[in-house]
Ligand binder design. Structure first.
Ligand code: BQF
Length: 289
């Protein structure tokens, strides 16, 4: 039976430490770290994530505000807003909530961010810095997973890590962090075209599931005693819930927990750690400026 990795509790501890660090920073006479979140359109999931981020930021003493725009805002207008925030010395961190409406080129928006204020760590300059082992910011979800592993005492040195999913937000940066000197995992990245996926995932001491399909990782794909990290946030129909759905990860939790050594739940696993790392990046941005 796997040990549960309580991301919610670990994230609360990390937020407490950040709160102390923010307090020490302002005690030196600095203004509080300042985060501006840009939310475009009315996607309920995005709005909910943004509310959570702003609330968490305010609670640690970060000056956080969300700027919301109609879904028909032009790309040019959004770029002008980013340019204004880029040049505002009172703003440390800028987060553009993704996805953006189809008529806006996300890549163009990411390139427009001042890399010094890019607290999501999506700008190519920041992505490149991670690859060469000189990170400025760390990508929030992969960094949250690393912090969880460290605080749980899960060994990565020499471990066989298998990541399922190759997104720019999770899979690829996760591979890079696990490859860093001192972390020292041996990394395999799998995806939808991987041949005989179960044979590869069964080799994993550390399995990171970032596929985006509920219950995709089944018990037969997991090595006995492996650490299983579930990044998935999927809505599955559940008539017994008030909203008619519940959240499920990419891992078949009930079956896999019988076989794994450690496992993260959904909700309450990776998600809260992601938010804690956003706060850490914002504090980092303030200290650097
Ligand atoms: C939890 C996200 C897919 C697409 C865009 C806490 C979050 C989620 C879950 C959260 C996510 C997922 C975020 C829990 C931010 C993580 O208690 O389990 C927090 O807010 N996340 C996002 O901003 O955009 C996404 C997933």
């Amino acid at each position: 039976m796997a040990q549960l990795i309580d991301g919610k509790a670990i994230a609360a501890q990390v937020r407490g430490e950040i709160r102390e660090a923010v307090s020490a920073w302002t005690a030196l006479g600095h203004r509080p770290p300042c985060l501006r979140v840009l939310l475009v359109g009315d996607d309920p999931a995005s709005a909910s994530y943004v509310r959570g981020k702003q609330k968490a930021a305010l609670e640690v003493g970060i000056d956080a505000d969300t700027l919301t725009y109609e879904s028909d805002i032009s790309e040019a207008e959004l770029l002008r807003i980013i340019d204004r925030l880029n040049r505002d010395a009172g703003v440390d961190g800028i987060l553009v909530q993704l996805p953006l409406p189809a008529h806006i080129d996300e890549q163009k928006v990411i390139y427009a961010l001042n890399p010094d204020k890019d607290v999501d760590c999506f700008h190519p300059a920041n992505v490149g810095r991670i690859m060469i082992g000189e990170p400025r910011f760390l990508p929030c979800t992969p960094a949250g997973i690393m912090e969880m592993l460290r605080r749980t005492g899960i060994e990565t040195r020499g471990a066989r890590a298998v990541i399922v999913g190759r997104s720019n937000i999770v899979g690829k940066p996760m591979a890079n962090l696990l490859l860093q000197k001192g972390v020292d995992a041996t990394v395999t990245v799998c995806h939808s075209r991987t041949r005989d996926l179960p044979a590869i995932t069964r080799q994993a001491d550390l399995l990171v599931a970032a596929i985006g399909r509920a219950h995709f990782i089944t018990a037969d794909m997991v090595r006995e005693g492996a650490a299983v990290i579930d990044v998935g946030i999927n809505r599955v129909e559940d008539a017994s819930r008030p909203r008619g759905y519940r959240l499920a990860g990419d891992v078949d939790f009930d079956a896999v927990r019988e076989k794994a050594g450690w496992i993260t739940p959904v909700p309450g696993g990776v998600g809260p750690m992601t938010i804690a790392m956003l706060l850490q990046n914002t504090l980092k941005a303030a200290r650097r400026s």
